[in-house]
Design a protein. Structure first.
Length: 465
């Protein structure tokens, strides 16, 4: 489309002329890259198929890449296919993945200082979050995201950790600028030799936070850098200077990784993530991306493999596996685990089939917590199901119950089940306001609001909000 036609369309419809023209150009490049080289950014990633909301603060919201009828509140822009303009912009909007009219959509907050290269990258970054969310699978790291609440307890005042993180940034910056695969591999090993002891000192929870942050924001930022690199290789890309500045700023950011204390430390992984990805590109080419997803790796683990950092460890492990015949040990373990599962199920059946009143407690709309357990007498039955073999104290707000008998706890269903004594020993008292009290030699239960029902020997108490 000619610039005159675009200008006329924008004037008629009302979006800010200069900003919108820049955004449309950037989005056209994202669509072109996605259609032509999407797999070169990330396997299976097609940013050209993901609609994008561009929020222009104080002016409105531009929708591009939409298929079908526009969502309510958007007016079409003549001459720009799949586009719409809304004259309102959410003041609290952030660049993120979101939903629009039931469709996964990337959202980009636009400011006047952003050039075409920056917008190409940022659009790709947010579109990658949409892609990763769609690819998320139970038990797989990719698309999972980190536990963001850990930003409240990360040791930002620990000088040893800060120095270690700063050193990692310097090593990655050197690796990015190094010539030759051998030098890059040597620096990759140095990076891992610095990082792994630092993360051991952090502890497993915070180490996992860092690694998942690099999988989440770090890989999205890698696609930002990668898309701009690919665009800048085209002769007709209109913003090569912006692409060069973006790359230079990334290297500078690595050298100054811990120096910007005015913003969240979480932004560090926006720098380390793409640096690790580019280093992997240099060492392995594109194969590391599929390997990371197929083998459920972190970016850090993928780099350790690519740099042969754990070669000696693998040799020693294989030697031990051969000497002590690991295949037999695995076969014995498989048999043992199968037997353990059967034993636990039999234990649960024995507990619940004992004579007497079976009490079932279900908590709706809140978390069923435990105020007290006996860890020496707690057995796992299967994921999410526990057997307390002699005593447990459960609580949830104004509900509390103490059992001195075996209890089966289903954490997925928020349910407790136990046989609490002979019918003649179990006393159930209900009040006009929904209060419930159950007493027997084996249980003491109180709830401020609950429904009680009985079916044969089973008494069910549903705790309400």
């Amino acid at each position: 489309m000619g610039s005159a036609a675009l200008c006329l369309a924008l004037i008629v419809q009302g979006p800010p002329l200069e900003t919108t023209a820049t955004v449309v150009t950037a989005h056209q490049w994202v669509v072109r890259l996605g259609a032509e080289v999407g797999d070169s950014i990330w396997p299976g990633f097609r940013p050209d198929t993901i609609p994008v909301l561009y929020v222009v603060r104080g002016q409105g919201t531009l929708l591009l890449g939409w298929r079908g009828a526009l969502p309510e509140g958007f007016l079409p822009i003549t001459g720009v296919a799949g586009s719409g303009w809304a004259s309102s912009a959410d003041r609290a909007a952030a660049s993120t993945g979101t939903q629009l009219a039931g469709h996964p959509t990337a959202q980009v907050v636009v400011n006047d200082s952003q050039n075409v290269a920056a917008l190409v990258g940022l659009t790709t970054h947010e579109a990658f979050h949409v892609f990763a969310a769609a690819a998320k699978q139970e038990g797989r790291r990719f698309g999972q995201g980190e536990n963001a609440f850990l930003v409240t307890s990360y040791p930002v005042f620990d000088p040893q950790n800060e120095a270690g993180m700063a050193l990692e940034g310097r090593v990655l910056a050197a690796a990015e600028e190094a010539d030759g695969k051998a030098r890059k591999r040597a620096l990759a090993r140095e990076f891992l030799a610095v990082r792994e002891p630092r993360q051991r000192a952090l502890g497993p929870e915070l180490a996992e936070f860092e690694q998942l942050a690099e999988l989440n924001e770090g890989l999205a930022e890698y696609t930002l850098v990668r898309s701009v690199q690919l665009a800048a290789r085209r002769r007709d890309f209109p913003d090569r200077p912006g692409a060069v500045r973006l790359q230079q700023n990334k290297v500078t950011g690595l050298r100054q990784l811990t120096e910007d204390v005015t913003r969240s430390f979480r932004l560090r992984y926006y720098a380390t993530g793409p640096a690790l990805g580019l280093l992997l590109d240099a060492l392995e080419g594109p194969v590391w991306k599929a390997r990371l997803m197929e083998q459920n790796l972190t970016v850090q683990d993928a780099l350790a493999d690519a740099a042969a950092y754990r070669t000696q460890e693998r040799v020693l492990r294989r030697q031990a596996e051969s000497t002590f015949v690991v295949t037999r040990l695995r076969a014995a373990a498989d048999s043992g685990v199968a037997g353990l599962r059967a034993l636990r199920r039999a234990q649960v059946d024995s507990v619940l089939n004992a004579p007497g009143v079976q009490l079932v407690v279900i908590v709706a709309g809140r978390y069923l917590g435990l105020c007290g357990i006996d860890p020496q007498n707690l057995l796992q039955v299967e994921p999410g199901v526990l057997l307390h073999t002699r005593w447990v104290q459960a609580c949830a707000g104004d509900f509390q119950a103490t059992f001195t008998t075996p209890v089966v706890q289903d954490r997925n269903a928020q349910m407790l089940r136990a046989v609490v004594g002979a019918d003649s020993t179990v006393k159930v008292t209900t009040g006009a306001q929904g209060e419930v009290q159950i007493e027997s030699p084996l249980v003491s239960l109180r709830a401020a609001k609950a429904d009680v029902s009985r079916d044969g020997r089973v008494v069910t108490v549903k705790i309400q909000n």
